[in-house]
Ligand binder design. Structure first.
Ligand code: ATP
Ligand code: MG
Length: 574
């Protein structure tokens, strides 16, 4: 076996799973964001793939394989060659034709459906593949958790009506629950953003753990869980203002482009400031207002604008809207300079605030929402556009926060892709309609990494049996003792005959080295064959997850191990 275990890990391995995958000889880095999977790592991925495949097939989906290299022209038709931005790899062939390396495959699957589906009688249909995906991640990190090439299971469902897509979605949702349970993961299902995908419903499957990059926002009683991009907050109560507030007053605030600088200068606090951000959308500039201590959530802003793609405006646009240098934008007098003014609830609840003056080097004090800038009107919307924060509630329940790794996501896509790529069918009445789609992704490599994040101790990995590279490790402690070596070899053969995945450590090295490696690579069941116990006619059997071992007569060892494997597996098939 090629299992190059090591003691030291490179400095770029920050999280436990990444470190252990290197130490246990599962992976090796090729370049930033790309990894070679060595025998143990690949065996585990294959087991995950098999679980995913079984559950997808059982849910009625059918496996196909589409190319990773896809004509850019398909992505031009949906506008995603632009929307996907620099995350998409592009390459030109010798004839000058442009291709992309698929970060996902909606365009190819929908085009396939467009060519093949003619009638409602062919629907529903759900197609999937398990294949490499490519994303030029801005910051590849955490090993396989965020890499530039990874294996994804991606499925696409096509239905004739909303009832159908609900059913397809539910079938995938249920299959995902079975997949992650069988892989031995604890997970939470969160209400997730789907703004840019163009759909109307989505859930993320997230494994709670410290090294996760996602934040799950939830209520203690479990009645609500959403990812931070999506998590809704209650509107804050309107602040009381006891006396009449003086008229607005411009103050000279030179060299104070940032909230902190203005606060220091005016001796005020971020929560008493109003930030005015100018965004560019397809329909012109939009002004978005949040409180100085709050962060604007672009996903929520996208939703508030009906799914429009938003991007912070460039300097010339900001200067045109505000007639001032960047850093001095304010809400007064700009409602008619922008196509929309979107105001966060918390700003509308303020009694008074400090804002930019739309005049270079000036801020305005005593700004009263509703008095000095509009809270209603044709192009004015007051809604929730900020990130949830400590102290926020939703439905009057306190919001809590924890980190997690997104391992899968299901989306309702609606007809965004089927319309653009003409995936249409004739309904019962002979009317032409676009298919209603769903898409469903699972990160195979992230399942592996998450399982290790959840299952480990100071000595190494503790695998769930379903995705362990091997179910059983037979350790021969005294390889130079022929009798012991024979018992180990025989037991190994019998376990193989019983249909188990077994690894035999028959290396000519000291017992101590073998035990260390055994803990590190972490196979769930360990059978230790040593001179002392063999002399008594026994071997020792131990679960990786438990401290104590038991002595079992050699001739009963096979049955005992078979029994242990099936009971460990059963625990994961709840
Ligand atoms: P993220 O928000 O973490 O970048 P995503 O939401 O863009 O992920 P999807 O488009 O939903 O990812 O892809 C489906 C699944 O593919 C994800 O749930 C995740 O498990 C996996 N995945 C996505 N990006 C990566 C990556 N860079 N490395 C490894 N797995 C990934
Ligand atoms: Mg996702």
């Amino acid at each position: 076996m090629f299992i190059p275990t090591v003691k030291e890990v490179p400095a770029d391995a920050e999280v436990t799973s990444h470190k252990l995958m290197i130490r246990a000889g599962l992976i090796r880095k090729v370049a930033s964001g790309t990894y070679t999977y060595l025998p143990l790592g690949w065996r585990s991925l294959l087991k995950i793939i098999e679980i995913v495949r079984e559950e997808m097939n059982r849910a009625g989906a059918q496996e196909i394989l589409v190319p990773s290299m896809q004509p850019k022209e398909l992505w031009d038709q949906t506008g995603r060659s632009t929307d996907y931005g620099p995350t998409m790899y592009r390459l030109e062939d010798r004839h000058g034709r442009w291709n992309v390396l698929g970060p996902t495959a909606e365009e190819v699957f929908t085009t396939l459906a467009a060519g093949e589906i003619k009638s409602y009688k062919q629907l529903p249909i759900n197609l999937y593949q398990i294949s490499p995906k490519f994303r030029d991640e801005f910051r590849p990190r955490f090993g396989p958790i965020r890499s530039c090439e990874f294996i994804m299971k991606d499925a696409y469902s096509f239905d004739a009506d909303n009832e159908g897509v609900d059913k397809s979605y539910k079938a995938m949702y249920d299959a995902y629950c079975r997949i992650f349970t069988r892989c031995g993961l604890e997970y939470v299902i969160v209400d997730a953003e789907s703004g840019e995908m163009g759909g109307s419903g989505s859930h993320q499957f997230t494994v709670p753990c410290e090294s996760g990059e996602d934040t799950i926002v939830y209520t203690e009683n479990g009645s609500y869980a959403a990812n931070l991009e999506r998590a809704a907050v209650d509107a804050l109560p309107k602040e009381e203002s006891n006396s009449d507030i003086s008229p607005t007053e411009d103050v000279h605030t030179p060299n104070t482009g940032s909230i902190e600088a203005v606060c220091a200068f005016l001796k005020t606090q971020p929560k008493d400031m109003i930030k005015t951000l100018v965004y560019a959308t397809g329909d012109g500039a939009v002004a978005a207002l949040v409180r100085g201590d709050h962060d604007l959530n672009e996903e929520k802003l996208t939703q508030a604008l009906g799914g429009a793609h938003v991007e912070l405006a460039d300097e010339p646009t900001i200067e045109k809207v505000t007639r001032a240098k960047v850093g001095f934008a304010g809400p007064m007098g700009i409602a008619d300079k922008v196509s929309k003014m979107i105001i966060d609830h918390a700003v509308a609840a303020m009694a008074v605030g400090v804002t930019g003056a739309n005049k270079t080097d000036y801020h305005t004090k005593n700004v009263v929402p509703g008095r000095d800038f509009p809270l209603e009107g044709q192009n004015v919307v007051v809604t929730d556009i900020r990130y949830a924060d400590d102290g926020d509630t939703y439905n009057s329940k306190k919001l809590l926060f924890k980190k997690g790794i997104e391992v899968g996501q299901v989306f309702k896509l609606g007809t965004k892709y089927s319309k653009k790529l003409r995936a249409k069918f004739l309904d019962e009445q002979g009317n032409e309609k676009p298919c209603i789609m769903g898409c469903y992704g699972i990160g195979i490599n992230r399942i592996l990494a998450s399982a290790i994040e959840l299952g480990n101790d100071d000595n190494g990995i503790i695998w769930p049996i379903s995705i362990a590279p091997f179910e059983v490790l037979v350790t021969c402690v005294n390889q130079d003792d022929e009798r012991v070596a024979n018992v180990a070899e025989n037991l190994y053969q019998r376990l193989l005959d019983a249909g188990l995945d077994v690894l035999l450590d028959d290396r000519p090295v000291r017992g101590g080295v073998k035990f260390k490696d055994a803990d590190l690579i972490g196979m769930p069941i360990r059978v230790t064959v040593g001179a002392k116990s063999v002399a008594e006619g026994n071997v020792e059997i131990k679960l990786r997850a438990e401290p104590q071992s038991q002595k079992v007569p050699v001739e009963k060892a096979t049955d005992k191990v078979v029994q242990l494997v099936s009971s460990l597996k059963e625990q994961l098939n709840r």
